[in-house]
Write a protein that binds this ligand. Structure first.
Ligand SMILES: Cc1cc2nc3c(=O)[nH]c(=O)nc-3n(C[C@H](O)[C@H](O)[C@H](O)COP(=O)(O)OP(=O)(O)OC[C@H]3O[C@@H](n4cnc5c(N)ncnc54)[C@H](O)[C@@H]3O)c2cc1C
Length: 246
């Protein structure tokens, strides 16, 4: 079956699936390409901080008004159940995997080339980070809304058409909005891991307790309260009214 869409997105992970939904919300159909043949049984639970809940609620429910109600109700459920301990006790050790931690240096994100014409990157492909703030998935959801907003604005301003020349500008605007934000997250994650796992030498204790927790931690943890904004409202046609050719 031949398919033609104006937007193709590669790798059906958190970033790409969220981008596909964001584009659908603004009326653009996208082709998602994934190398894996099916769903895999490996995976992990994700911590979702407010900056992740806001885009998630926007993409799933088209409203960002109730994430905090959900955040409060989840721990209550866990208190009543000890079944999560059984999950750990009965874990199949043969399914455990490990991989080296990787991150992109912040200056690579701020000054690096992250697009070529109409092609760009999002999620871990743009800003791989260490896990110390639990922000890889959340920042991928932010990417999706910001990219969806810039592509959506271009699409709407051009009367429901994807105009290649305008798309490069939409991508530039997306990167402008994301570079510093994600560079701070990568740096904050790295710093948090470095001081917390840095051992008990006197100078590390001084860095951790005298500087990091006193002056930096509040600012770094404040990063998780960012609201990445909304998607443009559709002002014409139906959903899926893209410039798809038959
Ligand atoms: C153990 C662990 C715990 C984590 N905990 C958290 C957490 O608590 N909170 C949080 O926010 N983040 C967390 N993260 C980070 C988060 O999972 C990642 O940042 C996020 O999944 C990145 O999303 P992505 O879409 O960029 O990439 P991925 O989710 O990795 O998806 C990439 C997809 O692309 C596909 N692909 C790769 N190459 C190709 C190709 N050439 N062609 C086609 N398809 C391709 C892959 O098969 C995959 O499906 C955790 C990560 C790990 C490993």
């Amino acid at each position: 079956m031949e398919m033609m869409e104006d937007v193709a997105i590669v790798g059906a992970g958190i970033a790409v699936l969220a981008i596909a939904v964001a584009l659908k919300r603004v009326g653009i159909r996208a082709l998602v390409l994934e190398k894996s043949k099916g769903l895999r049984s490996t995976g992990t639970a994700l911590t979702l901080t407010p900056n992740a809940w806001l885009p998630l609620m926007l993409l799933v429910f088209l409203t960002s008004s109730s994430p905090f109600i959900l955040l409060h109700s989840i721990p209550e459920k866990f208190k009543k159940s000890s079944s999560y301990l059984d999950v750990v006790r009965h874990a199949d050790l043969s399914t455990l995997t490990w991989a080296p931690l990787k991150f992109r240096q912040p200056w690579g994100i701020i000054f690096g080339k992250l697009s070529k014409g109409n092609v760009t990157v999002a999620g871990d492909a743009m800003h791989p980070m260490t896990p110390d703030l639990g922000q890889g998935g959340g920042s991928s959801l932010e990417d999706a809304v910001v990219l969806g907003r810039h592509i959506g604005n271009s699409f709407i301003n051009n009367g429901g058409l994807i105009v290649p020349g305008d798309m490069a500008k939409a991508i530039d605007d997306y990167l402008k909005e994301r570079r510093w934000r994600t560079a701070f997250l990568v740096t904050g994650s790295y710093l948090a891991g470095w001081v917390q796992l840095g051992g008990d030498k006197w100078w590390m204790k001084f860095l951790r307790d005298g500087i990091f927790y006193k002056y930096l931690f509040g600012r770094i943890s404040g990063l998780v309260h960012k609201d990445c904004g909304k998607l443009p409202a559709m002002s014409f046609g139906d959903m899926d009214h893209s410039s798809k050719k038959d």
